[in-house]
Design a protein around this ligand. Structure first.
Ligand SMILES: O=C[C@H](O)[C@H](O)[C@H](O)COP(=O)(O)O
Length: 225
């Protein structure tokens, strides 16, 4: 059976993902995010796997893909340093602050991003936005705190929706918060972190990306902080 051609958006994701390859240092352990854009990055990584020591992964899904392609995956606890972390985003603004977690991997992604010296965001151009918040903000929550956290989110002006049937790699649930007016992302990220029962929120503002590679399918726009 012949392969279906990629849609324009998938072409742009693949193009952005491949543009991250030159940033990977020889002999390094690369931090690998999660999602459909990162899946293209993992495929591209396989072509240079003999130049790599391996990867640290941000989800069970990415780990499975990396291992299937013969790329060794290390436990973050045994890796003192990650030079580059590559991940996608659900939204990104001009300060390279992001909303992430559409695939529910936000907690491990934030941990690997915290360790990495450089965070490279790969995305198709539709993810670029002036103001974060059109994409419902994912929040990972300890299951018994679900209703309490939801009430607190309503007080903050949000409209939380329980992601039914979804359990994170850490055994928790996700609330997707709609209709948020995120005017001050760093301050808002901290407010959300202070709600008891919240494990992680999907605002990556205190630790934004360092470089964004945004593709329209034919050219790459590189944004830097
Ligand atoms: O939990 C998922 C991650 O934060 C993804 O990086 C994000 O959802 C973007 O995914 P995609 O590349 O599939 O649009």
């Amino acid at each position: 059976m012949s392969k279906q051609p990629l849609s324009p958006q998938e072409t742009a994701k693949k193009h952005a993902a491949e543009a991250a390859i030159p940033f990977i240092e020889k002999g390094s352990i690369v931090g690998v995010g999660t999602g459909s854009t990162v899946n293209y990055f993992i495929d591209a990584l396989a072509a240079i796997k003999f130049d790599l020591e391996g990867a640290v992964s941000s989800s069970d899904e990415s780990t499975r893909r990396l291992k299937a392609l013969g790329i060794p995956v290390y436990d973050l606890n045994g890796v003192p340093e990650i030079s580059v972390y590559v991940d996608g985003a659900d939204e990104i603004n001009r300060h390279l602050q992001m909303i992430k977690g559409g695939g529910g991997a936000l907690t491990r992604e934030k941990i690997v991003a915290a360790v990495a010296k450089r965070f490279i965001c790969i995305a198709d151009k539709s993810k670029f936005t002036k103001q974060l918040g059109d994409f419902p903000l994912p929040i990972e929550v300890i299951p018994m705190a679900r209703s309490y956290v939801a009430r607190e989110l309503v007080k903050l002006g949000g409209d939380p929706v329980y992601r039914e049937g979804f359990v994170t790699d850490n055994g928790n649930i996700i609330l997707d918060v709609h209709h948020l007016d995120i005017l001050k992302p760093i301050a808002f990220e901290e407010i959300l972190n202070n709600i008891t029962g919240v494990v992680t929120n999907g605002l990556f503002a205190a630790r934004p990306a360092d470089i964004a590679l945004l593709s329209d399918g034919s050219s790459i726009e590189t944004l830097k902080r």
